[in-house]
Design a protein around this ligand. Sequence first.
Ligand SMILES: Cc1cc2nc3c(=O)[nH]c(=O)nc-3n(C[C@H](O)[C@H](O)[C@H](O)COP(=O)(O)OP(=O)(O)OC[C@H]3O[C@@H](n4cnc5c(N)ncnc54)[C@H](O)[C@@H]3O)c2cc1C
Length: 400
Amino acid sequence: MTTTVVIGGSFAGMTAALEIKRKGKDKHKVILIDKSPLFLFIPSLIWVPFRRRDIKDISFRKDTILAKKGVDFVNAEALNVDVKNQIVTTDKGDYKYDHLVVATGPKVKYDIAPGVAEHTHYIGTPNGAMKARTALEEFKKNPGPIVIGATQNAGCMGAAYEFLFNVEKWLREQNIRKKVDLYWITPEDYLGHFGIDGMPMGESMLKSFMKMFNIHYRTQVGVKEVTENKILLTSDEELPFKFSMLMPPFIGVDFVTNSPDLHATPTGYISVKDSYQHVDYSNVWAAGIAVNVPLPFTPSKVPFASPKTGYPSDETGKIVAENIIRVTEGKTKLKEKAWGKIMGLCIMDCGKKEVIIFSDHLFKPRNFAVMIPNVIYDFNKLILEKYFLWKTKNGYSYLP
Ligand SMILES: Cc1cc2nc3c(=O)[nH]c(=O)nc-3n(C[C@H](O)[C@H](O)[C@H](O)COP(=O)(O)OP(=O)(O)OC[C@H]3O[C@@H](n4cnc5c(N)ncnc54)[C@H](O)[C@@H]3O)c2cc1C
């Protein structure tokens, strides 16, 4: 019996754990450790501030389905790992493993600039999304300028763009759009770079959206400081605001940085081969955001990162599972797919409109890449949400 400990039970970790058990059956014991008992469909958090979703609509307890599929769930926080002795220490005890999968996602670097944590909102957590909801209710009573964007070193620009267009739509619904100067700030070299060096027509499409929705924008800017009602940009321009949402950078979680054996990068990510096997250990694997993905481009003015989205997170979870099975069967040929060669598949919600982003590879060179706008309704994004929640609730981890 091979024991695999998976740390983190979201897009990457839940997929990896279920797939190891599905493929390995009784020859594999799988222990999934997560500090949260809930599975949360993070992409729908962008709708929570506008009451289009409540947290309960987009989350469910993961222990039931894991138990049904034969995966042992431990609701604990992993503190560190001793790779030599193959032991993970958690706040609820130690766990010995034959294989370890690190799928711990990101930690948000709120201290990227003074005042970001104190004066701006972040909608990437349930708490943060609910705080933004309350703040927008207050804002409605006495509107003013809004600044939305991403800070230097951020990589998850897509979610911030989605929030921007949803705010714009919400302002119109509240009949206060004319009272609000709406600003977009981004470290990207150009609109629609998205940390993947753009898509054909992407820049012109986003420029036309900004014009159509009367949104002012600044590219190649970072944040120097935020005070109660002003953002000082690296260009030395000051933007006043009454409400602001900024996407800070993501870094590796404390479990990784507190485990020197993992030899993480300075930003706390794990360097892996194209098989997602640790570069230094054959029984340690990483999947999802925890993976170190070298930048496929050089930002020309302000640093920013590449996004690590849901599809590659799920896909790397599957690759890791397949490879653990192969290794335990004594096979030496592993499945390999570099992060940048995974298919690009994303739907950017634009406030009851959407843009479908599809390419054969996430990073260039690509053989095909398209951005298809849908101005009728964001039904593809809704279908994706329903599909993903259905798939995960039922443990159908083998589905795309
Ligand atoms: C606001 C927002 C919107 C997004 N929208 C989209 C979108 O539209 N499309 C898309 O493709 N992607 C989107 N993403 C990105 C997507 O959410 C991520 O790609 C995905 O969540 C990554 O999955 P993961 O499993 O690697 O990490 P995560 O989903 O972050 O999961 C990490 C898990 O590890 C657990 N964990 C962490 N540390 C420990 C520890 N020490 N001990 C135990 N457990 C631990 C956490 O509790 C969590 O369950 C969005 C992200 C944000 C923030």
